[in-house]
Design a protein around this ligand. Structure first.
Ligand code: FAD
Length: 444
C-alpha cells in the first residue's frame, strides 16, 4: 500500500526511540559529523527536513582554501586540508578533489595591497602562501589577457565537487550504522534541568542527551526556541557551470572580478567574485544592530534588492502558510532560490575577456544558494554550550564547504572525548551574548 498514511507509518517506525546523538540538518556539516560520530561507535540519528545536501552544501563554488581567512579559522583550515588530501580514499568516493592551489590575481594596486595584507597571517601560521609576480601569475594562468600586478597564491589549497562531498560522507556514515532520515524535520530541541534530553520531530519524539544543530540558514530559528539569540542573516550567492572549455588550470582562482575553478572535463564553475544579493525582507530588520557598524565598510559587497522575496516573506507570516504549518523550527521545507542571471552574464564576460581562448564557453547550468552569515564573518562551532548536550555548527559565511571535514571531525572528537583537539574559543556560541564580537574582515 502506497498511501501517504502508509508512508508516514514507515517513516515513523524508522525513527529510533532513543539514540546518543541527534544531528539536525543533512548538509555537509551534518553529514560529516554523522560520519565521524559513527566512527566513535555512538548511536547516531541524522534528520534532514528535505533532501541531503539540498541547500548550501551542493551549491558552493567548490573552493577549498586556507588563504585570506580570518585568523580564527586558519588552524581549522590547515587541519581540514590535511583531511581533504586523503578524503577520497577514506570515503572511497570520487570527490573531484584537485590539490592545485588557490590564486587571487590583483588587477590594481589596491587589490594587490589588500591581498598582500594577509601574508603576515600566513607567516604566523606557517601557511605556504606567497605573493606571485605578474610573470609567475602568467605561468600559472597561460593566456591571461587582463592587466595584472601579480597575485596571492597558496599551493596547498585546492578544489572539490560540492554535489559529491556531503552525500559521500552520508553514504559512509550509513555503512557505519548511522540512521539518516530525509523528509523529517526537527521541530525543536527538548531540554530539562539545563540538559538536552531529546528532539521533537515531524514524526515523533526521539530521546538523546546530545544534539548537533547544523541546520544552515535556519539554525537561529531552532536556537531561538531555546531562548538563544543568534544574529544570523541570509544573503544569496549565484553560481554557474559552463560548457567544457580548453584546459586552463586546476587552480581555484579569483581574477578580473570572477571566481572560477575548472574541472578535469574542462567545465568551469564561475561566479561574480565581488557581490552577493541581499533580498530585503522584514527578517533583515532582525539583528540589524549587529550588522549596522560594518555595513558601510562592506557596502560594495552587497546588492540590496527589493523584489519578490519581500512579498514571499510577508506571505510566510500568514497563519495558513507553510512555516505556520511546519512550525518555527522547520519553517520552510525546501526554499526556491533564484539565480541572478545578470551577475552570471557579467562573470562569463569576465572569464572570456580574461581568457580569449574560452570564447566558445557557455553557461550550461545555473543556481543560487542562501548563505548564512554572522556579524563577525566567522562561524559558530561549539559543543560546550548551555544547555549541556547542545552542539552547534553554523554561520559559515559562504566559506564552510572547505571546513566541512574538520568541522565534522572536531565536533565528533569533542562530543566523544570532551576535547575538540583545537582551540575553539573564538568560535564559541556565547560570544554574541557576551558582546565579545570583533569586526569582520569579510562578511561572506
Ligand atoms: C553560492 C555559494 C557559494 C559557496 N562557495 C563556497 C566555496 O567555494 N568554498 C567554501 O568553503 N564554501 C562555500 N560556500 C559555503 C558552503 O557551501 C557552506 O558554508 C556550507 O555548505 C554550509 O553547510 P551546512 O551543512 O552548514 O548548511 P546547509 O548545506 O545549508 O545544510 C543545512 C541543512 O539543514 C536542513 N535543515 C534546516 N532546518 C532543519 C530542521 N529543522 N530539521 C531538519 N533539517 C533541517 C536544511 O534542509 C539543509 O539541508 C558557498 C555557499 C554558497 C551558497
Amino acid at each position: 500500500m502506497n498511501s501517504p498514511a502508509a508512508a508516514f507509518g514507515n517513516l515513523a517506525t524508522r525513527l529510533p526511540q532513543e539514540v546518543d546523538v541527534v544531528i539536525i540538518g543533512g548538509g555537509l556539516m551534518g553529514c560529516a559529523s554523522a560520519y565521524y560520530l559513527g566512527k566513535t561507535g555512538a548511536r547516531v540519528l541524522l534528520l534532514e527536513k528535505s533532501i541531503l545536501a539540498g541547500q548550501q552544501s551542493s551549491r558552493a563554488w567548490g573552493f577549498v582554501r586556507q588563504q585570506s581567512r580570518d585568523e580564527a579559522e586558519v588552524p581549522l583550515m590547515q587541519a581540514s586540508i590535511g583531511i581533504w588530501r586523503a578524503l577520497e580514499q577514506e570515503l572511497q568516493s570520487d570527490l573531484g578533489w584537485r590539490n592545485d592551489g588557490c590564486l587571487f590575481v590583483a588587477g590594481n594596486e589596491a587589490e594587490r595591497d589588500g591581498y598582500a595584507s594577509w601574508l603576515p597571517v600566513a607567516r604566523d601560521f606557517s601557511v605556504d602562501t606567497v605573493m606571485l609576480s605578474p610573470r609567475e601569475v602568467e605561468a600559472r594562468l597561460p593566456g591571461y589577457a587582463m592587466p595584472q600586478l601579480g597575485g596571492l597564491f597558496t599551493a596547498s589549497d585546492g578544489q572539490a565537487e560540492p554535489t559529491l562531498v556531503a552525500r559521500a560522507f552520508a553514504r559512509r556514515a550509513r555503512e557505519l550504522g548511522v540512521r539518516i532520515v530525509e523528509q523529517c524535520g526537527a521541530r525543536g530541541i527538548d531540554v530539562a534541568a539545563g540538559q538536552v534530553v531529546g528532539v521533537e520531530t515531524e514524526h515523533g519524539y526521539v530521546k538523546a542527551k546530545t544534539v548537533v544543530c547544523a541546520a544552515g540558514v535556519t539554525t537561529f530559528r531552532l536556537l531561538k526556541l531555546l531562548g538563544i539569540e543568534l544574529p544570523q542573516q541570509l544573503v544569496r550567492g549565484t553560481v554557474a557551470r559552463t560548457t567544457p572549455g580548453p584546459a586552463l588550470s586546476g587552480i581555484s582562482t579569483i581574477a578580473n572580478g570572477v571566481g572560477f575553478r575548472q574541472r578535469l572535463d574542462g567545465s568551469f564553475n564561475i561566479a561574480d567574485d565581488a557581490h552577493v544579493d541581499v533580498d530585503m525582507t522584514l527578517g533583515h530588520l532582525r539583528a540589524l544592530h549587529w550588522y549596522a557598524p560594518s555595513l558601510w565598510a562592506h557596502r560594495k559587497s552587497f546588492r540590496f534588492n527589493l523584489n519578490g522575496a519581500c512579498l514571499n516573506d510577508l506571505r510566510q507570516r500568514l497563519p495558513w502558510s507553510e512555516p505556520a504549518r511546519l512550525g518555527p523550527g522547520i519553517h520552510e521545507r525546501a526554499p526556491r532560490i533564484m539565480p541572478n542571471g545578470k551577475s552570471l552574464r557579467a562573470a562569463l564576460h569576465g572569464l572570456k575577456s580574461a581568457f580569449p581562448n574560452q570564447a566558445a564557453t557557455q553557461i550550461a547550468d545555473q543556481w543560487a544558494g542562501g548563505i548564512d552569515v554572522l556579524p563577525d564573518g566567522i562561524p559558530v562551532i561549539d559543543a560546550q554550550t548551555s544547555p549541556r548536550g547542545l552542539a552547534v555548527a553554523t554561520g559559515f559565511c559562504g566559506h564552510g564547504f572547505a571546513m566541512g571535514p574538520i568541522v565534522g571531525k572536531t565536533l565528533a572528537d569533542w562530543i566523544d572525548t570532551g576535547n575538540p583537539g583545537l582551540d575553539m574559543r573564538q568560535l564559541r556560541l556565547s560570544r554574541f551574548a557576551e558582546g565579545d564580537v570583533k569586526p569582520p574582515s569579510s562578511l561572506f
